[in-house]
Design a binder for this molecule. Sequence first.
Ligand SMILES: [Mn+2]
Length: 318
Amino acid sequence: MKEIANALRSSRRILMSLHRQPDGDSIGSTLAVALGLRRLGCQVTVATPDPVPHAYDFLPGVETIVPWRDVAAAQYDLVALYDCADERRTGAPLDLREYAPKILNVDHHATNSRFGDIVFVDPLAAASAELAHRTLELLGVTVDRDIALLLYVGLETDTGGFRYASTTPESHRLAARLLDAGLDPGEVSELVYERQSVGGLRLLGLALESLRLRPDLSLAYFVLGDEDFTQAGATAQDAETIGIVDYARRLEGVEVAALLRSDGPGEVKLSLRSKGQVNVAELAARIGGGGHERAAGATIMGDLAQAEEVLLQLFTGL
Ligand SMILES: [Mn+2]
């Protein structure tokens, strides 16, 4: 971590990036470090491959995030990434080396590919926000209300509101310190979770109707086609925001919940959630995906029926 702080401190122009379909932890940890570095006089660009979801549009610094197409090559001393399990997750149009000679990779995904020059992966951290906080401490940046809000949202969303097994005493200690900076947890949760769209809720309804159960595999899953999104008037972002896949995990007797949703022609997104007995990161990695032991995902090429076949094959082999 000291090496990381030194690399950041000795760089003047730093490029950061969110990961594809950015979530609260990607946005929160990246923006917190960016805000801290800017305060130290660094010039920081934060790029994104996909738009920031509406749920996070209230976060401080979100207006400074630019699409990758606006980022020029060879203008930076350092690329610093938080919460990016591999280079492709940044969605950068060029190889990261084209942007800066040095790459920093800080993450908590066990499946992290360990790319880059300085790599720090701590799979025991509940969120990259915890690692961002440690970075800021080493940089001597004071955690004010803005930075606290960013870190808290990263921590809260990646722990499922401090419910997932990844939650540690350290997560709660950090949360307490962040609340001390003047946050109202009820207000933050309302901003993150309770500004959802009608389309998203209608999509959830269609997903619940699509429920498929395989008690023999302790598996429950939803299937959403392009027509479901059209009928609900929902976007792919709505599906993420409303946390559809989590509803299948709530069932008694289910160990793994899955969501298959078509993402344009010939592409299906698979989300996997486990109660703990099955390591879904390992399963997802077998088909080119990744993630955490209890929350992982992959992209499957083909139509929904083919993707369902791939999913069931993953589980029958267990
Ligand atoms: Mn994360």
